[in-house]
Design a protein around this ligand. Structure first.
Ligand code: FAD
Length: 493
């Protein structure tokens, strides 16, 4: 079965200005005179281009794909949503396109453990004595979210240059640059490498190529029109919207597996992790057949018929087989001269179950644009160094949390440990309350004094009481293998 593809394709001809106007834009800083070249038009690169524009920098964006096909859904955290809301047109569009499903937790045989319930962030009390927490979780269609960013960029005159592949990065004294496949070189005051997990930029930031490695897991994932699934009476009965039309999401765990089913008014989604040791790289476009998935589900004890029916209803052109790759946390995101800086997946990788990769990419984008504004044209290199110091420990905490949560999900199967099967810490105040722009403004000078004069500086955008100690993925997996708890010092919840 195939259905017409409504995934979005972005090409150099894709122009969406509102009657040729900018729409409503946020207040823009005075021109900084800093030229910024952004490599990669993913979520992080597009947000960096917008935020650099807002801070008065000159922006150019290049992207290797001539046509980009995106699919699936992701959750965008409150810190990133607040960044989007700085842009009036996007604030409106974001509310229109986001979904806020209620979640329920299940054993791998589909039996419900708890829920459905709305995801609630851990509230705090603000200075006026009011309890504060974001009122909703934003679940987005990846193509729709990407289109929102891309349309906003076009409205302010940032036209992504598609079909240009970067083959190398370099920096000279007061410039950085990239070489394209055709030999062309492009230079600017700062190059932001937002080219994802396979970024070539580590040859300048780390002095060597950093290769992503298999996480040992892959993921089948699909999103398709809900009516195709609802044709089946068993599926229709099982996956119902709440009475008021709210979407539902079921998380199934156990047997070393993590499965998600989502049903909204328009879309049926499902995703399933599986152990995988193929020697391949990540690809957004690799498709597979429902029959392949059904062969695997046939080996899962207690796996119910209704889940197989959803898989069977999945159109052939909507079932993706996505290999999950990761890299060790690496503390150095800036080149020696500070003219090249990595953001998003180019700087750090997350497991999808962390629900953090895109959110952290957006936080990076806001932070580097703000740091560049604070540094000014004469001090561009310090912007990347300060940004790196402000961001690394926070990101590495979230990476650790993702691995801890994934491992505990796989091991928790019975109804007595519901809390263990729920994600630890992901709704914590230290995560959702952070404002990367304000954090940069409040701490830029302090970090500069730390880097230049050695004045002590401690980040406050991490779990209270936590002291960062370097770790590797193998350290964490080894500890889990030996049945040891991974140490989370400080207050992660
Ligand atoms: C199944 C799945 C579910 C996920 N769920 C969530 C979630 O719920 N919440 C969340 O926050 N995150 C989630 N993530 C993570 C999130 O999708 C990524 O972290 C995020 O998309 C990374 O964005 P990016 O812009 O850094 O990189 P990418 O999206 O990879 O973009 C990089 C861009 O650079 C371009 N590029 C690459 N190489 C070159 C080159 N040589 N020259 C020019 N351009 C180049 C690419 O074509 C691409 O457009 C999920 C990931 C997966 C796989």
């Amino acid at each position: 079965m195939t259905v017409p593809h409504n995934n979005l394709r972005f090409t150099s001809n894709h122009l969406t200005n509102i009657n040729g106007s900018q729409g409503i834009v946020p207040e823009k800083s005075a021109p900084s005179g800093i030229s910024v070249l952004v490599i990669g038009a993913g979520v992080a690169g597009l947000m960096a281009s917008l935020e650099c524009w807002r801070k008065g920098h000159e922006v150019r964006v290049i992207e290797k794909s001539a046509t980009r096909i995106l699919s699936g859904n992701f959750t965008i955290g409150p810190t990133a949503i607040r960044a989007v809301q700085q842009w009036p047109d996007m604030a409106e569009e974001n509310e229109r396109i986001a979904d806020s499903p209620w979640i329920s937790w299940h054993k791998i045989n589909g039996e419900r453990i708890s829920g459905p319930e709305p995801l609630r962030f851990n509230p705090t009390v603000n200075s006026s004595g009011q309890v504060e927490a974001p009122h909703r979780v934003y679940r987005h269609s990846r193509p729709a979210f990407h289109k929102m960013l891309s349309d906003q960029a076009e409205r302010i005159g940032i036209i992504v240059e598609y079909g240009k592949r970067v083959t190398g990065y370099y920096e000279v004294d007061d410039k950085a640059g990239v070489t394209l496949e055709n030999g062309e070189r492009i230079e600017s005051d700062m190059v932001i490498a937002a080219d994802g997990i396979g970024s070539k930029s580590s040859t300048v930031t780390m002095g060597r190529e950093l290769r992503a490695r298999s996480s040992g897991w892959a993921m089948y994932r699909a999103a398709f029109p809900v009516e195709l699934a609802m044709v089946d009476p068993l599926v229709r009965e099982r996956f119902q919207l709440l009475e008021d039309g709210t979407s539902v999401m079921e998380l199934w765990m156990g047997n070393g597996q993590h499965v998600v089913f989502g049903r909204s008014e328009e879309t049926m989604t499902w995703a399933m992790t599986y152990a995988d040791d193929r020697d391949e790289t990540e690809s957004w476009s690799k498709l597979t057949d429902p029959k392949t998935v059904l062969k695997m589900t046939a080996t899962i004890p207690g796996w119910p018929e209704v889940a197989d029916r959803v898989i069977k209803r999945t159109p052939l052109d909507r079932l993706h087989d996505f290999k999950l790759m990761w890299r060790e946390p690496q503390p150095c995101w800036a080149s020696p001269n500070g003219r090249v800086v990595q953001i998003g997946d180019a700087a750090h990788t997350f497991l999808p179950s962390s629900g953090s990769g895109a959110t952290q990419g957006i936080e990076d984008a806001v932070s580097i644009a703000a740091c560049l504004g604070l540094a000014g044209k004469d001090n561009v290199p310090w912007a990347s160094k300060v940004h790196n110091k402000l961001r690394f420990e926070r990101v590495v905490c979230l990476q650790k949390l993702g691995i801890v949560n994934q491992e505990s999900r796989y091991r928790s199967v019975n109804s007595k440990n519901v809390s263990q099967s729920k994600s630890k810490g992901l709704l914590a105040t230290w995560i959702w309350r952070h404002d990367p722009e304000r954090y940069a403004v409040e701490n830029y000078e302090k970090v500069l004094a730390h880097l230049v004069e050695g004045v002590p500086f401690a980040n406050t955008n991490i779990p209270p009481g936590h002291v960062y100690k370097p770790w590797t993925i193998d350290d964490l997996l080894g500890a889990k293998e030996r049945g040891e708890e991974i140490e989370l010092d400080g207050n992660w919840d």
